[in-house]
Structures are given as structure tokens and as C-alpha cells.
Ligand binder design. Structure first.
Ligand code: K7E
Ligand code: CUA
Length: 650
């Protein structure tokens, strides 16, 4: 307890330092002109890497270039996005369905790019929604969210979404333990009654489609972060835990009592075999699976009613606990798969476990008791080494593929570079300020590209011109090609990036899709040629089959719509040129505009409430005559007999 109090005081002091002590510490000019050259990507030239930064509470994913720090795109994932109409258009609304109904927001933390043989293959990127537990898959040729699966029996889906080295599974662990199945019970009966679920979601190797294969029901700890084994440890997955005390109140104090929490080592191959042989128990659960179809440009939702659960005690030899000091946060595995790093956030030292020693300890039954029947391995028998870092508040570690590791320290605001195997600290550089995750392209794979590290900071303060009380979070790029790290650039981010994933541009850029082919468009309301444009009434629903091309809508004038109608504008963009979208906006609609890409069909719902003649227009400056790209809808009283008609050029 004494140590704990001391740590709290140190944390407090360090935080104050961040708050008021570090202003302009960098004013000596960290950037030499050679540093400027390192990040300078001349006009018309392109970056070497893509970086995908999670958007945190924006619910989205942002795409940047490295080393320029230029933002290329925000990909909507868990949040409605008026810029494109995602989550507002009829086609994409189902993407945000859950067992709790339509949930148009989430908190996205950890993107991870698909892998083949432990190397980035650039097909998909996965990301977790924390708050209403979900995992999303984004297609990396269209940069569109294609699939979102809800994770039942989970709460605070945080140790997610990390993938195994052949993208067999995307794995999602619960941060908060809950009653499973959910039920009405007193909160103070948490201990030994709540459970933590670790979900293994299989990924179809061809289409990427996700399927919740099984959930491991673990003791009621908090499962904070995770990473897959790779190489020799492929087949295992590692999760940090905290609150092994199973406290249900004032966790700040009560979840910091144990000197050591655990890293849970899960042999998923063993459990997979058990499940494939009919093992596990089906349990009722409600969850949504939302899938976007590329042909119809439309998402559909399937609701599931049960899930396969596995009791770890039924699969002997599948789960072990590795004691790890002081409420570990990050859980990282080096490129060889030998070292598992757990960073106790209340500790100064980093704990490194050895996979080989773990296997030997399991075989030698070097146990130090058990927790709910799960064997606890002896700390000394699995420990590879400890890094005496001299920093405070270690969080996350990445690797450069040259035998070095880089760990962030939140409290002491720095990145520390150290050597795997000797555990010696090689270099340390300040961050501005209070760094969370860091990212090296491919840093979570067998083959990192150790040229840059991007630090994602929680506090911005004086790094940019002030923008009122709210500042965007700041990221920083360090050149790590030499022995010493060199800070070469700061750039603002969007939302709150937690983790990120980077990949060489040469893997993604050549396969980036340029248009959707109109002849492959299978949308039920597609208009393949302007002569097919029409307006159809079905009761009080009016379906407008509309096409766009520079610079008009077909049709552009519509009459016979009535107050109380539900008017669906189904807009097909007839352009087949790269980067020529058209937009659509209707006065008074209770949704956003739409941005329709070439060859695509999107639908906007409008429910007119007043009679009149109401305009719509194209929102994207698509041509010299973009301002002429407009039309009218005549709205008559509910009982009117004005006939439905539509026209262009009449
Ligand atoms: Cu450390 Cu959500 Cu990965 Cu933030 S988490 S920093
Ligand atoms: Cu189409 Cu502006």
C-alpha cells in the first residue's frame, strides 16, 4: 500500500509537470533542417506508408501518409458520417444495428491489418467498438466498412481487435466482466459471479466474412489488451488482466491491491480443436451481424440468438496465467514470437515473459496455485527479463524488426528504446505530451518496417495554435533508422487515436479501387441508363429512380408528391471516371446529404411536411456547371389529385 501511495504521489507530481512544467521545453528547436527534409513530401509526390489511426471517440478510422503526416481520409466505421451519408443512407443504416437497436456511435481503439504468414497482406483492416461491443472489417481496396459484428457477453470491448498471423481469427476480449448470461443481480455480488468473455471470431479467408466461432468464459477480471502469438507461439493468444481483485467499486484503489495481476495465455488451437469436435455449450445471446454487399451496395442485418461458449476448465492445458506486476495495460509480442511484454502501468519496470520458458514451466508443472481452477505459472519460471527503464507509467511496446523494442511511458511522457534479450535501454526521447500507444508500420507482425515510429499523445497543450478549450490530439513521428530516435514531425489527429496500423504504400496503393462498375451494380433501385429513370408510387411511398452525370439529375423536376409521403431518392452516379462523385441534398430532409461515388447507388429518405416547390441540389463541386446541377419536387396536400410525373428538359 505504501508503494502504491508513493506511486500515486509520483503520478500526481508527474501529471502536474505535464500540465504546467513542459511548456516550450522544445523551443530550442528540435527540428534541424535535415529533419524537415525527412518529412517533406514535395507537391505531387507521394508518401511511403499509409497510417491508419483509430479515431477513439469519433468512432472512425483516419488515414494518414508517412512521413508527411498529411490526412487522406476519414473512414466512417461506428459513427454516422454526414460527409458521405454513411449511417444516414438507407443502404448503410443497417451497418449500425445492434441488439440495443440503432447505435450510431462508438469508441474505436485498435486497428489491425490482415496478415498472411505473419506478414501484412493489406486486404482488410479490423477495428473494435468498445462501448457497444463490435468488431468492424474495412476493405482496403475500397476503404469502406464492409462488415460489423456485435460481440455479445462483452462489455467495454477493449482487448480487441487483434488478428492471428493468418487472419484465422480476429480476437475480442472484454474489459468489464458482467453476469453471463446477463441477468438482474446485485452489483456487490460481482466477485466470483461475473465472468469475462474472450471471443474468437473466425475470418473467411476468401471474403473476410466474420463469424463468432466461440467465446471463452474466463474469471471475472478486466481483460485489458491482447496480442497474438506468432512464429513459434502461433496458436496462442495473450491477454493482460487487471482487477484480479474482482473489486466492484472504487477500482482506482481496490483494483490495485494485488502486487501482480496476470497475462492470460490462451492456446486457441487447442480450444478450436475442442470446439470442432463438438465441445462447448450453446448459450442464448442476442447480437447483430451487419454485412455490406458490394454488388448491391447495400447492408443487411442478421440477428443471432445464441453463441457457443467454452469453459476453460473443460479444455485442460488450454489456459494459463502468467503473473505480471502492477495492473498491466499493454500486452505485446515481439516479431519472433518469443517475448511477451506486459507493462504494469503502476510499475517502472517492464516485465518480459519467455514463450519457451512458459512451455517448459507448463511441461514441468511449475505452478504457483490456481485461480478458479486455471493454473498460475511461477513468475520466476516464465520471466525472460525485466527492463529497468527509469520511466514511469509504461503502456505499449512496438518492435522495429532489428531486435529493438520501443515502449511508451504515459506519466514520464517519453518513448524508450531498449534491446530484446539484453533488456538494456538504448535511447529515450520525450513526447509532447503523455503518450498512449505508438506505432511502427507492421509492428504487430513478424515483419515490421522499422523506419518510423508514430507516437500518439493524449495531451496537446502548446504544440499548436490554441483552438479554445478543445485541442485535437497530437501525434509525433520519429525517425528510428539510426541508433538514436529523432523527432522529425508533429501532426494533429482527429478524435482520440489510441492504436494505429501502418503499411507500406506499395502494398496498398496499386490495388486501390478507382470506381464502382456501373455494369456490375446490382442495387434493386439502380438506374443503368437515364432512360430508365422513373418515379413509382407504392401507397404513401414514392420511389425516385434517379441518375446523375455532369451536370444534371435525371429527372430534375418531379410533381405529384404529397405531404405525408415517404420519398426515397435512389441516386445512381453514372460517371465512370476516378474521383468524380456527385452529391445529393434535399431541403428539410432529416438525414445528411449523400455522396455517391461513380457507379454507385445510394438512397436518401425525405418526408415532406409542407406543401410547396422544394429544391434539391448536388453537394459536390463536380464540374464547371455544378451550380446548375439542381431540381425541384412539387409537394401537394395529402388529399390532392395532382398526378405523379417527372421530366428532364421539358
Ligand atoms: Cu492504451 Cu484503448 Cu490501447 Cu488507449 S488503449 S492508450
Ligand atoms: Cu454533381 Cu455537383
Amino acid at each position: 500500500m505504501k508503494i502504491y501511495n508513493h506511486l500515486l504521489m509520483t503520478m500526481g507530481a508527474a501529471l502536474m509537470l505535464v500540465s504546467c512544467g513542459q511548456q516550450n521545453q522544445n523551443s530550442t528547436g528540435a527540428l534541424s533542417s535535415s529533419a524537415a527534409e525527412k518529412v517533406y513530401v514535395a507537391p505531387g509526390e507521394q508518401d511511403e506508408f499509409y497510417a491508419f489511426l483509430s479515431g477513439g471517440y469519433s468512432g472512425n478510422l483516419t488515414v494518414y501518409g508517412l512521413p508527411s503526416g498529411r490526412m487522406f481520409k476519414e473512414i466512417p466505421v461506428f459513427s454516422q458520417f454526414p460527409t458521405s451519408g454513411y449511417g444516414y443512407s438507407e443502404e448503410t443504416k443497417p451497418m449500425l444495428n445492434t441488439s440495443h437497436g440503432f447505435v450510431p456511435w462508438d469508441d474505436a481503439h485498435h486497428p489491425d491489418i490482415s496478415q498472411t504468414n505473419g506478414e501484412l497482406d493489406g486486404r482488410w483492416i479490423f477495428i473494435n467498438g468498445n462501448n457497444t461491443p463490435r468488431i468492424a472489417r474495412i476493405n482496403l481496396s475500397t476503404f469502406e466498412t464492409e462488415e460489423i459484428i456485435e460481440v455479445p457477453n462483452s462489455a467495454g470491448n477493449h482487448s480487441s481487435s487483434f488478428i492471428t498471423e493468418n487472419t484465422e481469427y480476429v480476437v475480442a476480449g472484454t474489459r468489464f466482466s458482467v453476469p453471463i448470461p446477463q441477468r438482474d443481480m446485485p452489483i456487490n455480488e460481482y466477485k466470483s459471479n461475473f465472468k469475462g468473455s474472450l471471443s474468437f471470431i473466425s475470418v473467411d479467408p476468401e471474403h473476410g466474412h466474420m463469424d463468432l466461432k466461440f467465446q471463452l468464459l474466463m474469471p471475472g477480471f478486466n481483460y485489458d489488451l491482447s496480442h497474438p502469438g506468432r512464429g513459434k507461439s502461433h496458436g496462442w493468444f495473450f491477454f493482460t488482466t487487471y482487477n484480479t481483485e474482482e473489486a466492484h467499486t472504487l477500482q482506482e484503489v481496490n483494483a490495485s491491491q494485488n502486487d501482480k495481476d496476470f497475462i492470460a495465455a490462451v492456446n486457441w488451437k487447442k480450444i478450436e480443436e475442442y470446439v470442432n469436435n463438438g465441445g462447448g455449450t450453446k448459450m442464448p445471446a442476442n447480437y447483430a451481424h451487419n454485412l455490406y454487399d458490394e454488388g448491391t451496395h447495400t447492408a443487411t442485418t442478421t440477428m443471432y440468438k445464441e453463441v457457443l461458449t467454452v469453459d476453460p476448465l473443460k479444455v485442460p492445458g488450454a489456459v494459463y496465467f502468467l503473473p505480471t506486476p502492477k495492473s498491466p495495460h499493454g500486452c505485446d509480442v515481439d516479431p519472433t514470437g518469443q517475448y511477451i511484454i506486459g507493462n504494469g502501468k503502476l510499475s517502472a519496470d517492464l516485465t518480459v515473459h519467455s514463450f519457451d520458458k512458459m512451455i517448459a514451466a507448463i511441461e514441468g508443472e511449475k505452478f504457483d496455485g490456481e485461480a478458479y481452477g486455471i493454473p498460475i505459472l511461477k513468475f520466476e519460471d516464465v520471466l525472460a527479463g525485466q527492463v529497468k527503464s527509469g520511466g514511469l507509467g509504461p503502456l505499449h511496446t512496438e518492435f522495429d524488426g532489428n531486435g529493438n523494442a520501443y515502449t511508451t511511458f504515459f506519466i514520464s511522457s517519453e518513448v524508450v528504446k531498449w534491446k530484446l534479450g539484453t533488456w538494456e535501454v538504448i535511447d529515450r526521447k520525450p513526447t509532447y505530451y503523455s503518450v498512449g500507444h505508438l506505432m511502427i508500420p507492421g509492428g504487430n507482425s513478424r515483419k515490421p518496417f522499422g523506419k518510423y515510429v508514430v507516437a500518439m499523445n493524449k495531451i496537446t497543450k502548446d504544440r499548436y495554435l490554441p483552438t479554445g478549450p478543445e485541442m485535437e490530439h497530437s501525434a509525433q513521428i520519429y525517425d528510428i533508422s539510426g541508433d538514436k530516435m529523432e523527432l522529425i514531425y508533429d501532426f494533429p489527429t482527429h478524435g482520440e487515436p489510441h492504436y494505429a496500423a501502418g503499411i507500406p504504400a506499395e502494398i496498398l496503393a496499386p490495388k486501390s479501387q478507382k470506381i464502382y462498375r456501373l455494369d456490375e451494380n446490382e442495387h434493386p433501385y439502380v438506374v443503368k441508363t437515364p432512360t430508365d429513370a422513373k418515379v413509382v408510387r407504392d401507397g404513401n411511398e414514392v420511389h425516385i429512380y434517379m441518375s446523375t452525370i455532369r451536370s444534371h439529375f435525371t429527372p430534375d423536376n418531379i410533381e405529384g408528391v404529397k405531404v405525408g409521403d415517404k420519398v426515397y431518392f435512389h441516386i445512381t452516379n453514372h460517371e465512370q471516371d476516378f474521383d468524380v462523385p456527385h452529391g445529393f441534398a434535399m431541403i428539410g430532409q432529416n438525414t445528411s446529404e449523400l455522396l455517391v461515388m461513380p457507379g454507385q447507388t445510394k438512397t436518401s429518405l425525405w418526408e415532406p411536411k409542407q406543401v410547396g416547390v422544394w429544391p434539391f441540389y448536388c453537394t459536390d463541386f463536380c464540374s464547371a456547371l455544378h451550380q446548375e446541377m439542381q431540381g425541384y419536387v412539387r409537394v401537394s396536400p395529402a388529399n390532392s389529385d395532382v398526378e405523379l410525373k417527372w421530366s428532364l428538359g421539358e
